[in-house]
Design a binder for this molecule. Structure first.
Ligand code: RAM
Length: 335
């Protein structure tokens, strides 16, 4: 009798162990950036890693060589096979990732976007670095101010499919509808694909094709640094102005030499860090990604999920920061 009770107990323990293994949540948290070789992306992923590791989980940092949706789909398929707990996607396309991200969610993986969004049906929520409308409108106001309210301007963007840049450009165009900008002409939106060399040649192309160009707006850290170099090398400082979104560490030279009087950005490390806490809050079930959900992002404080303009939801990091000659020295070693 005693023996058989012992046996039954042992079997129960084994069964309980097997069940807990089967239902155990994976402790792997993945982030997929747009492409490799972008210092901004590296800082964003470093922030994500720090936030995941300080919660004693494992971070997986991935990025394809080319900034395409196809390449990200391959990586996401691998992450599904690895049974990660969550995927934080920095989208190379708004809609093309939907089938693979839906597949991930059906497999129980918590999917959300960060920095460059995916459509509302492909995510639980989106971690937004700053108010998209404010970014777009502020960049046009900056260009207007630099060129004295008159002249040709151009945009040097990332890829033509990048959802964050495209959203900012839409708001730039809306800002330009104000009669105040009647003497400002947006002549071209060029795409450097967040690749250094392509961004340099696109910037050179803009200057060649539009000899009266007065300002380049580059809403990408790769594009703005490339344009800063081109304007400096071609001795166009003060003739063609530059503004946009740049990393202080890469732009200090061009802010100090006057090629870029001022620019904006947020802290990419903090964007990634906020993503890490969004990921664990989704996986633990603390939040579902619904409007009004609240969670703590440790050193960054408390966050509430709000409605996003596309009908989905988002978490907003905070306002963008302006960098100019007066403060760039303090920031160039920070990020
Ligand atoms: C580039 C990337 C990134 C964007 C920044 C401003 O590094 O395109 O997605 O947020 O610029």
């Amino acid at each position: 009798m005693r023996k058989s009770i012992g046996k039954v107990l042992m079997l129960l323990v084994i069964a309980a162990l097997a069940m807990s293994c089967g239902t155990k949540t994976s402790n792997k948290y993945a982030i997929v950036f747009k492409n490799t070789g972008n210092p901004y992306g590296e800082k964003q992923m470093a922030g994500f890693k720090a936030g995941i590791e300080e919660q004693k989980f494992e971070a997986i940092l991935r990025a394809p060589d080319a900034p395409t949706a196809e390449a990200q789909i391959q990586i996401i398929d691998q992450l599904i096979a690895q049974k990660v707990a969550s995927i934080c996607i920095v989208g190379n396309d708004r809609d093309a990732l939907q089938p693979v991200l839906t597949k991930a969610m059906k497999a129980g993986i918590k999917v959300f976007s960060l920095d460059s969004g995916v459509n509302k049906d492909s995510r639980l929520t989106h971690v937004n670095q700053a108010d998209s409308e404010k970014i777009g409108r502020t960049l046009i106001q900056g260009a207007y101010d630099m060129i004295g309210g008159k002249g040709e301007i151009a945009v040097l963007s990332a890829t033509s499919q990048a959802t964050n840049q495209n959203l900012w450009i839409d708001y730039m165009k809306k800002e330009l509808e104000d009669p105040k900008y009647k003497d400002v002409k947006l002549v071209k939106v060029a795409y450097g694909d967040d690749l250094r060399d392509k961004s340099v040649s696109e910037a050179e192309g803009l200057l060649r094709t539009y000899p009266n160009l007065k300002c380049i707006i580059a809403p990408t850290t790769v594009g703005i640094a490339a344009a800063g170099k081109v304007l400096t090398d071609k001795k166009l400082i003060g003739k063609v102005f530059l503004t946009g979104l740049g990393l202080p560490s890469e732009m200090a030279t061009y802010i100090e030499n006057g090629a870029c009087p001022y620019m904006y950005l947020w802290n990419p490390i903090d964007v990634g860090y906020l993503g890490a806490y969004t990921a664990t809050a989704l996986v633990s079930g603390k939040i579902k990604g619904a409007v009004g959900d609240k969670f703590s992002a440790a050193r960054l404080g408390e966050y509430t999920i709000t409605a996003a303009p596309d009908g989905g939801t988002e978490v907003l990091l905070g306002p963008p920061f302006k960098f100019d000659k007066a403060n760039i020295g303090e920031w160039k070693t920070v990020y």
